[in-house]
Design a protein around this ligand. Structure first.
Ligand SMILES: Nc1ncnc2c1ncn2[C@@H]1O[C@H](COP(=O)(O)OP(=O)(O)OP(=O)(O)O)[C@@H](O)[C@H]1O
Ligand SMILES: [Mg+2]
Length: 360
């Protein structure tokens, strides 16, 4: 409150203020002390008649007072800087909870600004550190689980005396766990490539409809295994200016989820709509759906609605989707009801020069 009554002094003002006060204090206090020594009779009234004595007494008193005043003023002036140096050392040593105090009326504006910036930086570094350690923990866990099971089943196979069915079952587990590892490596690699980007290179005008049709074909093994009926509505060839490699991951991940969370013999509806200023991709499944809690976290890294983690995957697919869509300045909408199904809608804005089909 009191801070508001004082202007924000800059460093030159504060420095001059201290020097002025040291001089003023020194002269003033020396005068007061000499006056007092005269009053108590310690000095005779005509002590200044002998200049050597007068000057020596003045010099002595000024030196003592000067030492005390400069010591106090120096401490006041340099304390914030020492505090900053100590805080920097702590930060460099990995203590991200360190903060610099900002109180003190005569703390110059520059030092206050520095403290604020320093505190903001320490806070930001702290949150990055939390994210990083969460990521490392999750990644190690995701990485270790399939390796442990691969080793376990490989050991069982080595022992021999297994029936043919058992052997087949263990081999299937080994194949699916290695698939999980390969998918984890791909997703983490993709994520690390795009995570800190705010823009991307590799734009080209490509046939989006064709890309989605191809993705449906690539995932055929999965949806035909589940006997899903597909309703595909991609009428025209839509050309879009974007990064085809990144966008293809979006369709693969969304279709993968739609198939994975569908019930056996269910239905999938895939639509691609062309508007003047955007293209809209919709994938609808009639599977297990999500409650509000799951929906709120689907874009978090390594989040899987199935806490037992018995569902395939590592919980990175939707994180990758969201990042790629936002790199294309698009939007993603997830509508879902438990046991009824999910609709994911991706809207990608068109850029001016793509409204025309290329002469290919
Ligand atoms: N279509 C869907 N229907 C029901 N739940 C879904 C759907 N899509 C995503 N989810 C929920 O969101 C979670 C996160 O999805 P995400 O794609 O990121 O991970 P994942 O599919 O479990 O693993 P990964 O994509 O890495 O293989 C899923 O585990 C699931 O609980
Ligand atoms: Mg997924």
């Amino acid at each position: 409150m009191i801070k508001h009554f004082f202007p924000r002094f800059n460093i030159f003002f504060v420095f001059s203020f201290y020097i002025f006060n040291i001089l003023w204090f020194n002269v003033g206090l020396s005068g007061v002390i000499i006056y007092w020594l005269l009053r108590v009779g310690f000095l005779s009234e005509n002590f200044y008649e002998n200049p050597a004595v007068g000057i020596s007494i003045l010099l002595f008193i000024s030196t003592i007072i000067g030492l005390i005043v400069t010591r106090v003023a120096g401490k006041l002036m340099l304390n914030p800087i020492c505090e900053m140096l100590a805080s920097m050392k702590k930060l460099a040593g990995g203590d991200f909870n360190v903060r610099i105090g900002n109180s003190g009326l005569l703390r110059p504006k520059e030092l206050r600004d520095f403290s604020e910036e320093f505190n903001a930086m320490a806070k930001e570094l702290g949150s990055i550190e939390i994210l990083r350690s969460d990521f490392v923990n999750n990644f190690s866990h995701e990485f270790k689980t399939p390796i442990v099971s691969l080793r376990g089943f490989a050991k069982l196979l080595k022992k021999g005396n297994l029936s043919n069915d058992e052997r087949q079952e263990y081999l299937d587990i080994i194949i699916s766990e290695s698939d999980r590892l390969a998918a984890l490596a791909t997703n983490v690699l993709n994520l690390s490539k795009i995570e800190n980007r705010t823009s991307f290179s590799g734009h080209s005008l490509f046939n989006l409809s064709e890309q989605i049709r191809r993705t449906i074909l690539i995932t055929e093994l999965k949806w035909s295994e589940k006997r899903l009926e597909l309703e595909v509505d991609i009428k025209e060839d839509i050309y879009f200016l974007g990064n085809p490699e990144l966008l293809s991951q979006v369709w693969v991940n969304l279709l993968d989820n739609a198939v994975k969370f569908s019930y056996q013999s269910g239905k999938l509806r895939i639509r691609l709509l062309n508007y003047n200023d955007c293209v809209v991709f919709k994938v609808e499944d009639f599977g297990c759906g999500m409650d509000e809690e799951i929906k709120a976290h689907i874009f978090d890294k390594f989040y899987q609605g199935d806490r037992s983690r018995s569902t395939e995957g590592n919980g990175l697919g939707m994180t990758v989707v969201k990042k790629i869509v936002s790199l294309h300045k698009g939007e993603i909408l997830v509508e879902s009801r438990p046991s009824q199904g999910t609709i994911v809608t991706i809207t990608l804005p068109k850029q001016a020069n793509e409204k025309q089909k290329p002469l290919l």
